[in-house]
Structures are given as structure tokens and as C-alpha cells.
Ligand binder design. Structure first.
Ligand SMILES: [Zn+2]
Length: 384
């Protein structure tokens, strides 16, 4: 018998050009003074134009905050919270990638209920209420539009997370047209991140459940099949929508059945070197899959049978090996650095990274195989 609970955003809208209805959707939530969190690149690419026009048409006043930084530092989130208070915001939109959406979550919370960030790092420590919140992802992706997690960078270069059901948005709005112009490297890094979410959720040790499993499998099928086409020709709207859905399903899965060692070992790389989240995951991904293989053979075999038609009747050992080989090939085909050394990581830093990874017990407890300091160091060395 299964015993589990499952949460997600109460409303998910998937609609081409749906961003052009943002005004109507915001008004439906009772918002009249909206605070929109985004980054300068999206404004320059004119991706906000339709959304802003619809807000004006609906009579919703909008303040655009475009100072979001990648892997948001605490200070930049605090600045956004102050700006939202100064604007008298009664609702928040996150419009962008994971950094904009993670910032928007905390703005919606802290502009309404003041709390010091260091006091709410961890699971379930934040208090509500928060302002109404809409998330509009422009990458596929972090899945942040359906996760209760916001990851920040602390002043001493650690990545810390606020985890609270308060951070689920009221509405997640998926408009694949917003992702048509993403450059191949961003498509590749964010797409691999989403695949990691699906796989780590499916193999998670403590909260694995039938709903997250179904979502993780569907996510991986969509992402595995569509990632090469999305990287090679980003203009196909169907491929882009499949990627956005894959990212969404993976996000719904890992929000309830959390990620493991790939993310735990990726965070120190982001904290120390400022590398993008998707790249840091990709750099340790294959080494972690190989490390986990002995403990996760049956689960990897299930995933292999789900994405590789020629493995449907295969025994566990064979299907699991084929799975690891297939994922490794996908990663190797991505147009960015493949080795830690090529991404600027110093070999002398590996022990520090391994020590920092040991601090991410929040995620390591989910990994299908125990990870000790020596294991983390060996994985970094294998990925170097
Ligand atoms: Zn991730």
C-alpha cells in the first residue's frame, strides 16, 4: 500500500501566447498594483511587451523590477522586497528563468510578512500570508513555477534554500512562445537540469510515490525525445512546448519527491564559481549516475525501458546500463563545457567542494546510495 501526500500549484495554464492574457489573469486574482520580477535580457528581447500591454488593457498598474541576478544573492532579493513595498504592490509575477521565479517567490512572501532570510532557510520555517503570485517560466527549465523552493546565494558563497508550501504560486502560466528565442546553450543547460530533476525524483529514497513517479517518467520521455531538436532548432513551437511540459512535470515530481546527489554536488560549483545551475548539474551528472548504478539498477532499468524502445524486454542489468549510456550520450552532445577543468574549476579546490557538498544533507538523504566525503571527492575527480 502507498502512503503519500502530493502538492502542486492550484492552477496551471498552458497556452500559446498566454502571456498576452496576464492582465486578465492578474485581475482575476484581485491584483491592481502588480510587481513584475524579471531580468534585463527579457526586456531587451521584447518578451515582456505582450504581457505589459495586457496589464495596461486590464487596468492593472505594473512596476517592473529587472535587476534579478543569476543565482540570486540575498542582497538582490532584499532589494526587490524593498522595491515591492515602496511600490505598494498587491501581487507579484515572476517572469523569466529560475532566478526570476525564485526571487518572485520571496518577494511575494516577504513584502507581505517581513522575516529575515537567515531565519527561514530550511524546510517549513517561513510564515505567511504572502501576496498573490503568478509564475511565467521563460526557460524549460528549473520547474520553479511548480516548486515550493527558492534557492539563494549567501554572502559566503553558499547556496541555501527556503522550502515552504507558501512558495507555490496561485497560477503557473506556460507560454511556449516565450522560449522560442532561447540560445542553444541555455536550452541545453536548462533542459539537462530538467532531465536531472526527473531522474533524481524517480530514484529519491524517502518520498518516492506513484504520482511523482508517473510525472517523472512522462517528463523524462518528453525531455529525452525533444532536447536534441530544441537545441538544434529552437524555432519549432511544438518541440518547445514539449520541453516546457517536460520541465513542468519534472518540477511537479521533484517538488514532492526531492532531488539527490547531482544537485548536492552541483550547488558548491555554483556557489564557488558562479556557474549556471544547469551547467553545474550537467558537469557531475554522469559521474553520479555511474556512482549510483549499483544501488539504483532496478530504477534506472525502469527509466531505460521508458525512453529506449529497444530495451522494453531487457533484463534490469542490461536496461540500466543502456540507460546510463543513453543519458551520457545526450550530455556529451550538449554545446558547452563537459569537464570541470574546462569550466574553470581548479583541481586543488575539489576537497573544498566535497566538504561543502557534505553540508547539503537536505538533498543527500534522498540519494539512492549513501554519499560520504570520499565519495563526493571521487565523483568530482571523475568529472574533472
Ligand atoms: Zn535543478
Amino acid at each position: 500500500m502507498s502512503q503519500f501526500s502530493f502538492e502542486t500549484a492550484p492552477k496551471i495554464i498552458c497556452e500559446q501566447d498566454g502571456a498576452n492574457r496576464l492582465g486578465e489573469i492578474a485581475k482575476g486574482l484581485g491584483i491592481s498594483r502588480l510587481f513584475l520580477v524579471t531580468d534585463v535580457g527579457l526586456i531587451k528581447a521584447k518578451l515582456l511587451d505582450g504581457a505589459l500591454a495586457s496589464l495596461a488593457a486590464a487596468g492593472v498598474a505594473a512596476t517592473v523590477f529587472s535587476d534579478v541576478l543569476a543565482d540570486p544573492p540575498e542582497l538582490s532579493v532584499q532589494a526587490a522586497v524593498e522595491a515591492a513595498r515602496a511600490a505598494g504592490a498587491d501581487g507579484v509575477v515572476g517572469f523569466g528563468g529560475g532566478s526570476s521565479m525564485d526571487t518572485a517567490k520571496l518577494v511575494a512572501l516577504l513584502a507581505r510578512t517581513a522575516q529575515a532570510l537567515p531565519d527561514i532557510y530550511g524546510i517549513g520555517l517561513a510564515r505567511g500570508p504572502r501576496l498573490p503570485l503568478i509564475q511565467v517560466p521563460t526557460t524549460a527549465g528549473t520547474g520553479s513555477e511548480v516548486t515550493p523552493i527558492s534557492i539563494l546565494t549567501t554572502p559566503n558563497h553558499e547556496k541555501k534554500g527556503v522550502v515552504s508550501p507558501l512558495l507555490y504560486p496561485d497560477v503557473a502560466l506556460l507560454d511556449s512562445r516565450l522560449t522560442l528565442g532561447l540560445p542553444p546553450t541555455v536550452t541545453a543547460m536548462t533542459g539537462i537540469d530538467a532531465m536531472v530533476h526527473a531522474i533524481e525524483s524517480f530514484t529519491t529514497r524517502l518520498k518516492k510515490n506513484p504520482l511523482s513517479d508517473a510525472l517523472a517518467i512522462k517528463a523524462l520521455q518528453l525531455l529525452y525525445a525533444n532536447l536534441p531538436a530544441a537545441v538544434n532548432d529552437g524555432t519549432d513551437a511544438t518541440v518547445r512546448e514539449n520541453m516546457l511540459l517536460g520541465s513542468l512535470f519534472a518540477g511537479m515530481a521533484f517538488a514532492n519527491a526531492p532531488v539527490g546527489a547531482v544537485h548536492a554536488l552541483a550547488y558548491p560549483l555554483g556557489g564557488h564559481y558562479g556557474l549556471p545551475h544547469g551547467l553545474t548539474n550537467s558537469l557531475v551528472f554522469v559521474a553520479v549516475l555511474k556512482f549510483n548504478l549499483a544501488a539504483a539498477e532496478g530504477l534506472y532499468a525502469e527509466l531505460g525501458r521508458a525512453i529506449l524502445p529497444d530495451q522494453r524486454g531487457a533484463a534490469d542489468r542490461e536496461a540500466a546500463a543502456a540507460f546510463v549510456a543513453a543519458i551520457s550520450a545526450r550530455v556529451a552532445a550538449m554545446p558547452y563545457a563537459q569537464r570541470l577543468r574546462d569550466a574553470g574549476v581548479k583541481q586543488d579546490d575539489l576537497p573544498v567542494l566535497a566538504r561543502d557538498a557534505m553540508n547539503v544533507q537536505r538533498l543527500l538523504v534522498n540519494n539512492p546510495r549513501d554519499v560520504a566525503y570520499e565519495d563526493a571527492l571521487a565523483i568530482y575527480q571523475a568529472a574533472f
